[in-house]
Design a protein. Structure first.
Length: 320
């Protein structure tokens, strides 16, 4: 009986924690949540509704107990008590894992430079939908377009600070908004980009995990003419790719470390171009603030983004 009551209380505590997590996410990352792929806001809504349901049932149970003077736990049928306890424990653990996932998926929100870059002007038109951000040059662009996958849990808008100069130079850019902010859930986003923007060819690219998924995409697209990796490397052997590849990394990166980038050479084509931005960290590739586990940048964020954009522009300009 004590175990049953303990599990009931554990469920109530998880419900309270769920409401706390949802409130914390909304208070600290409201803009990023509002502009995220719809899956994450939906996850937060379901989390809050589930928690409220548990708490409402708790209140109703307390009212019933007060009226009849006995505990509903005591009145439960005693058939298969072990199975019942196992089922409750599994439900509480699953709910706790759900809440932890909802907290972990909280996005790194775009900061001031990126938000300013989201504004359209005569040089670039910025349009945003639930699943992508499109940067369209004033002349429409007559060369390959760039499809870009963000890093894990990073607000897609954060990359506009770095990618906008590329659009200003004449390359249309499509930035994916990934389900739950994870690139592996956006494997089909490239098809959506091709539907939204007409281009004679595509360069696929990405930051961190987004670059890993971009490398996977580069294997299968007949109209793909290049691959761009920002602080990233492929998950497997991509040395037989028959398109030009650019790898841009930071010397202070604590997540995709210089050693990781160096090791990736064996998995990329022999003619891959490697550019190291001295002083840049993992988070220097966009404008979303510091990231746990990253190194300490010694280069100003704006300068780092300029160098990253310039290296990418030069690569794009040199494509056949």
């Amino acid at each position: 009986m004590r175990a049953a009551r303990g599990l009931v209380w554990a469920g109530r505590i998880v419900a309270l924690a769920a409401l706390g997590v949802v409130g914390w996410v909304l208070l600290t990352a409201w803009g990023a949540v509002w502009h995220a792929h719809p899956t994450y806001p939906a996850l937060l809504v379901l989390t809050a509704l589930g928690a409220l349901l548990v708490l409402v049932l708790w209140v109703r149970q307390n009212l019933d107990v007060t009226e009849i003077g006995v505990s509903s736990v005591d009145d439960e049928p005693r058939r298969h008590p072990t199975l019942r306890a196992v089922g409750r424990a599994a439900a509480v653990l699953a709910a706790a894992a759900w809440v932890v996932a909802a907290a972990w998926l909280r996005p790194f929100g775009a900061q001031q430079a990126a938000l300013e870059a989201m504004e359209s002007d005569p040089a670039v038109t910025v349009s945003e939908s639930a699943t992508q951000i499109i940067l369209t040059p004033a002349d429409g662009g007559d060369g390959p377009a760039l499809f870009f996958q963000p890093g894990a849990r990073v607000d897609a808008r954060a990359y506009v600070a770095t990618l906008r100069p590329i659009a200003e130079a004449g390359t249309p850019v499509v930035i994916a908004k990934q389900p739950f902010g994870i690139a592996f859930f956006a494997l089909g986003a490239y098809d959506g980009a091709r539907t939204a923007v007409e281009a004679p060819g595509w360069v696929v690219g990405g930051h961190s995990l987004g670059g890993t998924v971009a490398a996977m995409t580069a294997e299968s697209g007949d109209d793909i003419v290049g691959l761009v990796l920002w602080a990233s490397y492929p998950a497997g052997d991509e040395s037989t790719l028959d398109v030009p590849v650019l790898s841009v990394s930071g010397s202070q990166d604590g997540l995709a470390t210089p050693a990781d980038i160096d090791a990736s050479r064996a998995n990329l084509p022999a003619d891959t171009e490697f550019v190291v931005v001295d002083g840049a960290s993992h988070a220097s590739f966009a404008d979303y603030g510091p990231q746990p586990g990253d190194g300490t940048p010694t280069l100003d964020g704006a300068d780092a983004r300029t160098r990253i954009a310039t290296a990418t522009e030069e690569f794009l300009a040199g494509l056949p």
